[in-house]
Design a protein around this ligand. Structure first.
Ligand code: HEM
Length: 469
């Protein structure tokens, strides 16, 4: 086995996770045992990967073995192998291939996804207009807009602000990721998962929310089925899925993966991962703008010289905006939005000559890779300049792995990148971001769930139009 600390009999090093968030703990252990080490955590044998080299070796070069999900996590307990993020084998392969295919038909990376994003950006900026000059926690309005992007693409509808269904959907989707710490204490011992549910009353709420959400999707599926033959129906993910389902039934396929139940879980997964990750990224962006007015000023200068105020930013603009790209890279590095990628190996194998017993948990410590002092020198400093070379051009680093690598990497990376660039530049075109009078400068402390979330903070928006004009 790879080297690692000697833990106590039966529980190994499990109790260390009571005092420290798992990504930070895994990173600290890597300083002692190197970028590839093993731990015994409760009943689980865990192999931690803390360098992009070994992440690529395991998830890309030995991807056949390591691109599985571990069983027994809190998430797998909730999702039970349905949907996509926790699915395996044929269900995962067909769901992933189909989802990527439909996303491509939306014109991923081309103008039509931008149109979905820009429409919500426009409404978001209108909403924020009413908040200028007063303390404002942007979280909920951002979440609504980001939800509308995916909601529109996947089920063909948009919410209007104030819709009675909107608040519970946003709350229920966000809660699913913030309440479960992917590498945390409760994951490693089934009995603790059971007891933990009783200790965290909100955990019951997650269960109730999942049911409520799935019931809502059942209704949406029924509506879509009723309208499937309408030649004027719009293009959305749910219609495409149901059309594929019908085709496979007509072909008489026995092992059909495209069931209504799988569709409900798949859509639910896509909303959960598509919402909180992007909202968290944008909140980190705003937090750093507020904390670093000198960086915000450099972003203004680039934006004003490349785009100005007479037209909206396009995703193409990024190619001429290296400092903005460097800023986003630094947010992905520092924020490490999804700090851990949990994989598993169904069979015994080797990695770097070490024996990896079957059904180990393989944890890609994305946070650890982004905070490795040997690579970044001063990881605790937020410095977009680390991604700019002496000619002012963007440095692309293989050590930024926010979306992970290999066949199980983030399926929504292109969408997330477009959303981040468009919202950041759209907001900067309109506002300067500051701290309301009498409020503290927001801190860097965060809550560790499946995502690393900044704590709630208030902003002060000041319109820039006079200056930019
Ligand atoms: C900045 C935003 C985002 C970040 C940082 C992010 C990051 C990640 C990471 C690290 C993984 C785990 C990969 C692994 O296990 O190796 C993942 C998986 C996934 N992401 Fe994202 N993600 C983001 C946004 C999105 C969006 C917008 C969508 C789609 C709407 C999406 C869909 C997925 C899916 C479906 C998976 C599971 C893939 C699978 O198991 O095959 N993500 N993401």
């Amino acid at each position: 086995m790879p080297p690692g600390p000697k833990g106590l009999p039966l529980i190994g090093n499990l109790f260390d996770l009571l005092w420290e968030d798992s990504p930070r703990y895994f990173n600290r252990m890597a300083e002692k045992y190197g970028p590839l080490y093993s731990l015994q955590l409760g009943l689980r044998r865990v192999v931690v990967i803390n360098s992009s080299h070994w992440l690529t070796q395991a998830f890309v070069r030995q991807g056949d073995m390591f691109n599985h999900r571990p069983r027994g996590t809190v998430l797998s307990f909730i999702m039970g192998g349905k949907g996509i993020a926790d699915a395996e084998d044929q269900v995962w392969r067909e769901s992933r291939r189909f989802t990527l295919h439909v996303l491509r038909d939306f014109g991923m990376g081309k103008s039509s996804v931008e149109a979905y994003v820009n429409r919500e950006l426009h409404d978001f900026l209108e909403t924020t207009q009413k908040k200028v000059g007063q303390p404002y926690d942007v979280h909920y309005d951002l979440a609504t807009s980001v939800l509308n992007i995916v909601w529109h693409m996947f089920v063909g509808e948009r919410f209007t602000m104030g819709d009675k269904n909107l608040k519970w959907i946003v709350d229920s989707l966000e809660m699913s990721l913030t309440l479960v710490e992917q590498g945390g204490f409760l994951n490693y011992t089934p009995m603790l998962q059971f007891i933990g549910t009783f200790l965290k009353p909100k955990a019951f709420k997650v269960g109730a929310n999942v049911k409520h959400r799935l019931d809502y999707f059942t209704q949406l599926i029924a509506d879509h089925k009723n309208n499937l033959d309408n030649p004027d129906r719009p293009f959305d993910f749910m219609y495409e899925y149901l059309a594929e389902q019908r085709k496979q039934i007509e072909q008489g396929r026995k092992d059909i993966v495209f069931t209504d139940n799988q569709l409900k879980w798949l859509i639910s997964d896509l909303f959960i991962v598509g919402l909180d990750t992007t909202v968290t990224t944008l909140r980190w962006c705003l937090l750093f703008l507020v904390r670093h007015p000198e960086i915000e000023e450099k972003l203004f200068q680039e934006l004003d010289s490349v785009i100005g105020i007479d037209r909206h930013p396009t995703y193409e603009d990024r190619l001429r905006m290296p400092y903005t790209e460097a800023f986003i890279n630094e947010v992905f590095r520092y924020g490490s939005i999804t700090p851990l990628a949990l994989h598993g190996n169904p069979e015994e194998t080797t990695l770097n000559g070490f024996r990896i017993p079957k059904r180990s948990w393989i944890i890609g410590n994305i946070y650890g890779i982004h905070w490795d002092r040997n690579v970044w020198n001063d990881p605790e400093n937020f410095r977009p300049e680390r991604f700019i070379d002496k000619d002012g051009q963007l440095i692309r680093s293989e050590n930024v792995v926010a979306f992970s690598v290999g066949r199980r990497n983030c399926l929504g990376e292109s969408l997330a990148r477009i959303e981040t660039f468009q919202f950041l530049t759209g907001m900067l075109q309109k506002y300067k971001f500051g701290v309301p009078e009498g409020h503290p400068i927001p801190g860097l402390g965060c809550q560790c769930g499946v995502t690393l979330n900044p704590k709630p903070f208030d902003l002060l928006l000041t319109e820039r139009s006079a200056k930019a004009g």
